[in-house]
Design a protein around this ligand. Structure first.
Ligand code: COA
Length: 146
C-alpha cells in the first residue's frame, strides 16, 4: 500500500533513509517535508514501511527530491511501484513536467528512471560529495502532459 506519510512515520523513514543512502537526509529536513501535505509518501507492506519518496510541485513543475527502498527489499519491483504512484501524484497535483537529480554513478536508479521514460536533460558538474571527492549530478526530466 502506498499512502501519504504521517509525522509519526519519521523514525521508520529515517531508518530506511540511513540504510539506503550513503549521504542520507537529516531528520530535521525529513521532518519538515512530513509536515507539508502531499510531499512525503510511503510504501507499506504488512504494516511495515519499506520505502519512501519526497516530492515538491511548484507552478506546474514537479521535483522528485528523494526516493528509497529498504536495501533488504530492493530488486523486487517496489521502487518501480512507488515511482509509478508518485508520477500519478505529480499529475494530481498539477505538474506538467517532473525533474530529478541523480548521482552519475547510481546505475540502478538511472535504469529505473529511464524505464519510466525519464530522459537526461543536463549535468551539474561536481554537484554531490562522494567517497573520493565529488561527482556529477545528472538531471532527468519526464513530460507528464504527453
Ligand atoms: C533506486 C531504488 C529506489 C530502486 O528500487 P528497487 O525496488 O530496488 O527497484 P525495482 O526492483 O523496482 O526495479 C525497477 C527497475 O529499476 C532498475 N534497477 C533496480 N535495481 C537495479 C540494479 N541493481 N541494477 C540495474 N538496474 C536496476 C531496473 O530497470 C529495474 O527494472 P527491471 O527489474 O525490469 O530490470 C533502490 O535501489 C534504492 O532505494 N536505492 C538507494 C537509494 C537511491 O539511490 N535512490 C535514488 C536516488 S535519490
Amino acid at each position: 500500500m502506498i499512502r501519504a506519510a504521517q509525522p509519526q512515520d519519521l523514525a521508520a523513514i529515517m531508518h530506511i533513509e540511513r540504510r539506503a543512502h550513503a549521504f542520507p537526509w537529516s531528520e530535521q529536513v525529513m521532518q519538515q517535508f512530513l509536515q507539508r501535505p502531499g510531499s512525503a509518501w510511503v510504501l507499506e507492506q504488512q504494516g511495515e514501511l519499506v520505502g519512501h519518496a519526497v516530492i515538491r510541485v511548484i507552478a506546474g513543475e514537479g521535483e522528485l527530491l528523494t526516493i528509497a527502498i529498504h536495501p533488504e527489499q530492493q530488486g523486487q519491483g517496489l521502487g518501480l511501484q512507488l515511482l509509478q504512484a508518485i508520477l500519478q501524484q505529480f499529475a494530481q497535483q498539477g505538474a506538467e513536467q517532473c525533474f530529478l537529480e541523480v548521482r552519475a554513478s547510481n546505475h540502478s536508479a538511472i535504469q529505473l528512471y529511464e524505464k519510466l521514460g525519464f530522459a537526461c536533460a543536463g549535468v551539474r558538474k561536481d554537484y554531490y560529495p562522494c567517497a573520493q571527492g565529488r561527482e556529477d549530478a545528472w538531471i532527468y526530466c519526464l513530460d507528464l502532459s504527453a
